[in-house]
Design a protein around this ligand. Structure first.
Ligand code: ATP
Ligand code: MG
Length: 504
């Protein structure tokens, strides 16, 4: 007898439906699966057989043929276990129905019949709902993310036996309540903890306001990590759409903490400098999102940036420009979103104490130069703001008053972002963040006064800037003016922007 169920497979950060057809017929006992790679078939077959037996059902002593369609969609296996086992039980008469066109079934079985959570359930649920499916049967740990999708009855099953019960009488099964958006209240880390460091605090504020990438340069213990960690708190709360997108990426990466539905805070990702390029930008035989996609809509912090492998930093260039990363495989190409705010931190020299009054620097000029050049020109070019974070002795900063709290700085950031959005709304094609402005559009949006232009031109001649370096400063000046609520870039905004130019 033939039974069929619906499951799904993750493709990038989307999903495709997969028809799981199971045929049980007379013949020499045999269990064949077509439509999966060999290794996955073997593993899945073994798990399903054990799970069925250990759940107290009979494993059919007949010829079992399973087809996973469409054949041309590549599938990586484990999430089909539940559909496969239920299909087998339906085809051998253990269930009264043999087709379930309105239900999506996902979950990996363990040998004792309990269900392990699957990766990518949110995109699977979105695809299912879009195609008119009304029910989803899945492991309890995946219920909250699926319940974000309107119009789906989410039916959690902890075991194969529970899933059988649900398919026998779906109307009687307990439905997981809709996950409502409860955005995290307040911030974890407050900017008020950072005492002194007026210039660096201001750089962080400008970065948040205009979406500018930032380089913090200073000796160990100066507070670079502290500042970077407080940046997500300055960004506006995630919108519904952004929260779903961020959650989908975490779901596909298998990083949604069990039972929690939605990612509600802007991500902060701080990969170690030993990270590989695949782990950073994504990849693998079954492409998974990397750190840059996990930082989508949030902050990517590269501490000790010069210690990263140069090739690893180079692969960041394309995503920094396009806000997404394309991973090409022989069989297909997947796109992962990756629009993040980059914060890089570095010491001024290998020993870290160049220019510090706290300790003498032990490095030779050549060592210093070599260290600083580890960040390539094109990479630095993408960092609009460069700021020195000078060392502060604990006895000094503890005597300083608390800094301005995140709440009030964030309020200025919100206003500055609203001004950028309003400007973008009046001119078609104008991006909503100053960091994304370029060329002619930048000049139009910045509208520098003659005095501002004079300041910038003089600096550019003195420091022999490239056109790109000039644009970087103008962009920052635009954000400084937006923070001040001024429609044109004036002399004082240009002058302040010049303090964050690094080497130009
Ligand atoms: N301006 C400051 N106000 C309050 N505390 C500070 C300040 N600067 C540093 N600290 C204290 O020093 C600690 C070290 O700071 P942090 O880890 O941010 O330094 P860092 O610049 O990232 O150093 P490293 O180069 O070693 O990574 C902080 O946890 C904090 O307790
Ligand atoms: Mg640090």
């Amino acid at each position: 007898m033939l039974a069929s169920l619906l499951s799904a497979v993750v493709v990038g950060v989307d999903a495709s439906l997969v028809h799981v057809e199971v045929d049980v017929s007379f013949g020499i006992p045999n269990f064949t699966v077509v439509g999966l790679p060999d290794a996955a078939v073997r593993e899945s077959r073994d798990r399903v057989r054990s799970a069925i037996r250990n759940s107290g059902f009979d494993f059919p002593q007949h010829r079992v043929t399973v087809n996973l369609a469409p054949a041309d969609v590549r599938k990586d296996g484990s999430a089909f276990d539940l559909a496969l086992a239920l299909g087998l039980l339906a085809a051998s008469g253990a269930l009264s129905r043999r087709t379930f066109p309105d239900a999506l079934v996902v979950g990996e079985l363990s040998l004792d019949g309990s269900l392990h959570p699957a990766r990518g359930v949110l995109p699977m649920a979105v695809t299912a709902a879009r195609q008119g499916i009304t029910h989803v049967v899945l492991p309890p740990a995946n219920a909250a993310e699926a319940a974000l999708v309107p119009g789906l009855r989410v039916l959690p099953a902890a075991t194969l036996t529970a899933a059988v019960g649900i398919l026998r009488d779906p109307a009687a099964a307990p439905v997981h309540p809709r996950t409502t958006r409860r955005m995290a209240a307040g911030v974890d880390l407050d900017l008020r903890d950072v005492r002194g460091q007026v210039l660096a605090r201001r750089a962080v504020e400008i970065a948040a306001a205009g979406g500018h990438h930032l380089l913090l340069c200073g000796p160990p213990g100066a507070g670079k990590t502290m500042l970077a960690r407080r940046l997500p708190g300055l960004l506006p709360p995630l919108t519904d759409e952004e929260a779903i997108e961020t959650t989908a990426i975490h779901s596909v990466a298998g990083l949604l903490p069990g039972g929690s539905g939605l990612v509600t805070r802007r991500p902060f990702r701080a990969p170690h400098h030993t990270i590989s390029d695949v782990a950073l930008v994504g990849g693998g035989a079954w492409p998974r999102p990397g750190e840059i996609s996990l930082a989508h809509h949030g902050v990517l912090f590269l501490d000790e940036a010069p210690e990263f492998d140069r090739a690893v930093l180079e692969v960041l260039r394309q995503p920094l420009e396009e806000g997404r990363v394309r991973i090409a495989r022989a069989s297909r190409t997947v796109d992962f979103p990756a629009r993040f705010l980059l914060v890089a931190a570095m010491n001024p020299c290998p020993c870290g104490f160049l220019g510090s009054r706290l300790k003498p620097c032990r490095c030779t000029p050549t060592q210093v130069q070599r260290y600083q050049h580890r960040l390539s020109g094109p990479f630095r070019d993408r960092l609009d703001l460069v700021v020195d974070v000078p060392p502060v002795e604990p006895s000094t900063f503890l005597g300083l008053p608390e800094g301005e709290p995140t709440e009030s700085v964030a309020a200025r950031v919100t206003c500055a972002r609203a001004r950028q959005a309003a400007r973008a709304a009046t001119a078609p094609g104008l991006p909503p963040l100053n960091a994304l402005l370029e060329g002619k559009r930048l000049r139009e949006a910045a509208g520098p006064t003659t005095a501002a232009l004079r300041v910038l031109t003089r600096a550019s001649q003195r420091l022999a800037w490239s056109a790109r370096a000039f644009d970087r400063v103008l962009k920052v000046a635009r954000t400084v003016a937006d923070l001040a609520g001024v429609p044109v870039v004036d002399e004082e905004h240009a002058t302040e922007a010049l303090t964050f130019r690094g080497e130009g």
